[in-house]
Design a protein around this ligand. Structure first.
Ligand code: SF4
Ligand code: SF4
Length: 280
């Protein structure tokens, strides 16, 4: 996993305003949790008292298969990355006897992409993905907010690029109009949100697999179009269900019983969407 450390601070006014505008326009859809704990989201020292730094880790995952996003081809990434972060924390405790901190993986009011940029790991693309010049777009960002100052860690190597280059390919690739303009994503139209997070029925014009270009769980159209996308060697835990995903036809999904789904995918992120959504 690539690594960088950022000194804790209140997030920039421009980032804060952009996030508040996103919420005010309702572009977060049903993800109401994004509007909670805003002060903590904008200041990690309120989330973890005594925090001095945000340590950011990039966990690589592989390609999509079977209409299922690449990050969901194995064990739920929340668990995979958090387990890795707990192991890192053990090492940090050995290195810094006064170490104290908490790990977060897309599970708390933390602006992970902002901190990954601050830590010198990459930049935000016009498709809103965090992009590492070295790793591309296929990474989960895990963070440890801790009491060790950022300057106690080696700085990340300087980047080969500091912005995506604005080719516009992601905007043209989006099948649903969710990516309305550079950096302007409306989650309510985004297939990743609609097929994973939303509890509402899919919009009529995206209800069939054909309309969704075969996407059953997630969507990677704006990722695949991006020239920064590159194949990675994924963490092995991210790959444990890949073979069965590749084997399953649409008919297999449609005939899968709920018990069988829960048995086979008990440890998978597919549980976030649930049986009903995956088998339609
Ligand atoms: S994930 Fe898919 S639907 Fe969402 S913005 Fe990207 S291309 Fe559009
Ligand atoms: S597809 Fe082009 S515009 Fe979109 S994020 Fe990638 S480089 Fe930037």
């Amino acid at each position: 996993m690539d690594f960088g450390a950022a000194a804790v601070k209140t997030v920039s006014e421009s980032r804060r305003r952009a996030f508040e505008r996103y919420l005010a326009e309702g572009r977060n859809g049903e993800m109401g949790y994004l509007a909670r704990n805003l002060e903590k989201r904008f200041d990690p020292a309120l989330l973890v008292p005594g925090a001095e730094s945000v340590l950011c880790f990039l966990a690589p995952y592989g390609q999509a298969s079977g209409g299922v996003a690449g990050f969901a081809q194995g064990v739920d990434y929340h668990k995979v990355v958090k387990d890795r972060l707990f192991a890192v924390m053990q090492d940090l405790k050995a290195q810094f006897p006064t170490f104290d901190g908490r790990p977060f993986v897309d599970s708390a009011p933390v602006l992970e992409r902002f901190w990954a940029v601050e830590a010198g790991l990459g930049f935000i693309g016009q498709n809103n993905f965090f992009i590492s010049p070295e790793y591309g777009l296929r990474t989960i960002i895990g963070v440890i907010v801790c009491n060790i100052p950022a300057d106690r860690f080696a700085p990340h190597a300087s980047l080969a690029a500091t912005d995506c280059g604005a080719c516009g390919a992601c905007l043209h690739a989006c099948p649903s109009g969710a990516l309305r303009a550079p950096f302007d994503l409306d989650a309510r139209r985004c297939l990743s949100y609609l097929t994973i997070e939303s509890h509402e029925p899919l919009p009529e014009d995206l209800s069939s697999l054909e309309q969704r270009r075969g996407w059953r769980f997630g969507c990677e159209e704006c990722m695949r179009a991006c020239p920064w996308d590159k194949p990675l060697t994924p963490l092995p835990e991210f790959e444990t269900h890949r073979k069965e995903m590749e084997r399953m036809s649409d008919a297999d999904w449609a005939s899968l019983s709920e018990d069988e789904f829960n048995r086979r995918f008990a440890d998978s992120g597919l549980q976030r969407a649930g049986y009903g959504k995956l088998t339609k």
